[in-house]
Design a protein. Structure first.
Length: 187
């Protein structure tokens, strides 16, 4: 099973990178073929879906090979970062039947408003949000890149379990969509 973890901010000093790296490592530990996608590698200045750039095609291919997606992002002004929105908007059909985990990072609210915004957007993209983990005060939770709080470890494992269950169940739909898009499934 292939899992893509999308780190949704390019800001310097981003706390969410610790979380994204932890989730990538934990997913691999649990048997996923996990890959971190960093929005910094896809900094686009427009959302014109009909003009495919090399960056857009590279991102598109990564999403098409995914069985599930986790978005890790901080809450910015009650929503999600602009660079994440631009990247998400570069494709559309490719997201259909993709189970989604949402992981928010915020020192004050834990990212509740971000969670609401991303759940709504993901349904529009025809993804299926199946779970979430809200990280508060990341600096207090990690030491030397390792998550110290057992409750968060359990939540991440539960999220990965739900993603696997839905990824298996939705695979026939994803395969049909990908055939319609003319993509090889490779499964």
């Amino acid at each position: 099973m292939k899992l893509k973890i999308l780190l949704g901010t390019a800001r310097e000093g981003r706390k969410s990178e610790k979380v994204a790296r932890y989730i990538t490592a934990k997913a691999r530990e649990l048997g996923w073929e996990a890959e971190l996608i960093d929005v910094r590698d896809y900094l686009l200045a427009y959302t014109h879906r009909w003009k495919i750039t090399p960056e857009t095609e590279r991102y598109r291919k990564k999403i098409l090979e995914a069985d599930a997606l986790i978005i890790v992002a901080p809450e910015y002004n009650g929503s999600y970062p602009g660079e994440l929105k631009i990247l998400l908007d570069t494709i559309y059909e490719e997201y259909e039947a993709l189970p989604l985990g949402i992981v928010t990072v915020s020192s004050v609210t834990g990212g509740v408003r971000l969670l609401q915004e991303l759940r709504l957007a993901s349904v529009n993209y025809r993804m299926l949000p199946v779970g979430q983990v809200l990280f508060y005060n990341v600096d207090d939770l990690f030491k030397d890149g390792e998550l110290r709080d057992g409750k968060y470890k359990e939540r991440v494992e539960r999220l990965l379990g739900a993603l696997e269950k839905y990824a298996r169940a939705l695979r026939p739909i994803r395969n049909e969509v990908r055939r319609e898009l003319g993509e090889e499934i490779g499964k």
